[in-house]
Write a protein that binds this ligand. Structure first.
Ligand code: RUQ
Ligand code: CUA
Length: 663
């Protein structure tokens, strides 16, 4: 017990000394002011009207979203709603997008997003899609990099705290999702104290359609009940493998900060997904019941459709010999990172003084020689010496994550000592270190987790900012810091605030995305059942208590803009089509008393909100987005009469009924 408490207090002291920050790190930085600071400003300055060279997709953390920044300017371009409702865009409020947030637990309005990863072709980021995981109610999303909209969300059954996710293989064959928390698999009512040996850890492989990107759960591996924290696919020679860090190999279920830190070493799990794929293709695995939602955006219909699935293909690792191994790794590792050559597998033991670097070629040899130190639940544990390439001793305190450049260097973040350390992967020597402000988590080099890093910039994502910005009450922003890594020494260029907690990010050269970015949705392709193609088609139809308004919007009016005959107790559907076919002319719509958000509707798109009027009167609606000089005139009225009144249904624009002869 004494030992346990000792570990605990060392960790607490280290954190405490960090929190009282401002000391040596700050002094260091002040020496870089003056001429140097001037050149840093030039390096991040993007002239008005000019474009950044890179996109950075930064996780929104507990906002549930994904934000899009320019590098090197640090300018925020867009927050893409993914796992949380977003009233600004009407996401999760409009009838068309609500199904995107459907799960086996019903509509979940919020999520915790962690790790974005861009799709790859031949081991390089290709700019087609970005995937991101939701940690809390396990899900994986796919976002189109043509529309910058969420196109698909799939729930992960038998999983909890979906954290070692969403990483893609070299040709985006699979997106991988690993459970952080071990849970009963399948879920059932049982005593928590019986966790050990009975809970399991699901590693889920989602196939990705090479043309359209559509995902599906290909198979789920029922691993021992450890916590699977982070993951990384192999590269080149090791590309058939996927690596996962584990902690709590103790399988403790309470006071984890102590009880899950007992083993001197935990594992990196090595999974040969090619072998599992083959096994499954030959009829291996067992279909087990599981309930999960699969939500897809249907582009032609302009709407998401949610489907409930009821089974999943489960693989027991003991049934696929040669596909699963455990590599002993310094205590409670967090980050799991593979260098661009695929040879070095880096495990960052957040509680250890050393970082563990394993060698892929040694692993292959050890497997051949059966150089094992026993097994865990039937999975062979390779002898540490047989797989270990070396350790990086005392590089800093609290190593978390590592990215790589194309010149054989690794960059590791240290949470406790608040720094980024650059080191040579082959020689295991530290080359440079730079303080960050403060308590850095992930870092990102564009393509830095692929075979072909684009290594000019590095973004460090910090958990704590303290005094870095103007204070904004007790809650201050979290922050990213941009470095120039083109030289021998890292140079700090810029601080910029982020949305939510910036977990991981994914970066890519702007040219890979820019030209194919969508400008409008073509009206002639719009197959939304309530779309109108012109004003003459606009109308209002009553079906019992449901009133469907087929409405259009174009600079600067709605059609129809006067509606009568609506009654208290009706459910009114505004199906609104933006008839514009010009780039950057959205219109919005909001209705007084509607218990939903406004809608922001892109050119050529149809979107729906519902309104259940509670009071008689004449109620206005208006355009929410300043679209033209006459935007303020873009408005209309709905007359609401008492329940049972016989005011006839009537809809007009300029006193004419749209679509009638002289209209
Ligand atoms: S986490 S700070 Cu990726 Cu969610 Cu490491
Ligand atoms: Cu349309 Cu403002």
């Amino acid at each position: 017990m004494k030992m346990k408490l000792f570990i605990k207090s060392v960790f607490t002291i280290a954190i405490a000394s960090l929190v009282s920050c401002g000391g040596p790190a700050e002094k260091k930085e002040s020496t870089s002011k003056g001429a140097l600071a001037g050149s840093a400003a030039e390096k991040v300055y993007v002239k008005p009207g000019e474009h950044d060279s890179h996109y950075a997709f930064i996780s929104g953390g507990f906002s549930g979203q994904l934000s899009v920044y320019g590098m090197p300017s640090g300018r925020l371009f867009r927050v893409i709603p993914v796992f949380s409702q977003d009233p600004e865009k009407g996401y999760g409020y409009s009838e068309e997008t609500k199904p995107m947030l459907n799960t086996s637990h019903g509509l979940i309005p919020w999520g915790d997003s962690h790790h974005p990863d861009i799709s790859q072709t031949n081991g390089s980021v290709d700019g087609r899609w970005v995937f991101i995981n939701e940690n809390n109610t396990p899900r994986i999303a796919r976002i189109s990099l043509e529309t910058f909209e969420t196109e698909e969300i799939i729930e992960i059954p038998n999983s909890a705290g979906n954290h070692s996710s969403s990483y893609v293989t070299e040709n985006s064959e699979y997106v991988v999702a690993g459970t952080r928390f071990a849970v009963p698999f399948p879920q059932r009512d049982m005593p928590i104290s019986e966790m050990k040996g009975n809970f399991k850890g699901a590693l889920t492989f989602l196939s990705v359609d090479p043309e359209k990107g559509d995902m599906d759960i290909a198979f789920q591996i029922k691993m021992p009940g450890f916590n699977y924290d982070k993951a990384h696919p192999g590269r080149n020679a090791s590309s058939d493998w996927f690596f996962f860090t584990t902690y709590n190999t103790e399988e403790a279920n309470t006071l984890m900060e102590v009880n899950a830190s007992q083993n001197d070493k935990d594992f990196i799990a090595a999974v040969n997904w090619k072998k599992v794929e083959e096994y499954v293709a030959n009829g291996g695995g067992k279909k087990e019941p599981a309930r999960y939602a699969h939500n897809k955006w249907h582009e032609e219909k302009h709407m998401a459709i949610s489907e409930m699935k009821d089974e999943v293909l489960v693989v027991d690792p003991r049934d696929v010999p040669g596909a699963f191994y455990f590599l002993p790794t310094a205590k409670s590792p967090h980050g799991c990172d593979v260098d661009p050559t695929g040879e070095y597998i880096v495990g960052s033991g957040k509680l250890a003084a050393a970082m563990t670097i394993h060698s892929y070629s040694k692993m292959v040899k050890a497997i051949e020689n059966k150089d094992f130190a026993g097994d865990a639940y039937g999975i062979p544990i390779i002898n540490f010496e047989a797989v270990n390439y070396g350790v990086l001793n005392q590089p800093g305190l609290g190593p978390l994550h590592t990215e790589f450049d194309s010149r054989g260097n690794a960059y590791t973040t240290f949470f406790i000592s608040s720094e980024v350390v650059k080191w040579n992967v082959k020689d295991l020597t530290v080359i440079d270190r730079h303080p960050v402000y403060y308590s850095v988590g992930h870092l990102m080099i564009p393509g830095g987790n692929s075979r072909t890093p684009d290594d000019k910039y590095l973004v460090a994502m910090n958990k704590i900012t303290k005094d870095r910005y103007l204070p904004t009450g007790p809650e201050v922003c979290q922050s990213a810091q941009l470095f120039d890594i083109s030289g021998d020494k890292m140079e700090l260029l810029l601080d910029f605030p982020t949305i939510g907690e910036p977990h991981y990010a994914a970066g890519i050269a702007a040219e890979k995305i820019k030209a194919k970015s969508k400008k409008i949705f073509r009206l002639e392709d719009n197959e939304h059942p309530y779309a109108v193609k012109n004003e003459a088609e606009t109308k209002v139809v009553r079906e019992g208590n449901n009133v469907h308004i087929y409405m259009s919007m174009i600079r600067s009016h709605f059609s129809p803009d006067n509606i009568e005959g609506v009654k208290v107790g009706d459910k009114v559907y505004f199906h609104v089509t933006n008839l514009e076919q010009d780039y950057d002319v959205p219109h919005g719509i909001a209705m007084i008393g509607a218990q939903t958000s406004e809608l922001l509707i892109m050119p050529g798109r149809t979107t729906t909100f519902t309104w259940e009027p509670k009071q008689v009167g004449v109620w206005p609606f208006y355009c929410t987005d300043f679209c033209s000089a006459l935007h303020q005139e873009m408005q209309g009225y709905v007359r609401v009469s008492a329940k049972g009144s016989n005011v006839p249904l009537k809809y007009t624009l300029d006193d004419e009924v749209p679509g009638e002869d002289d209209f």
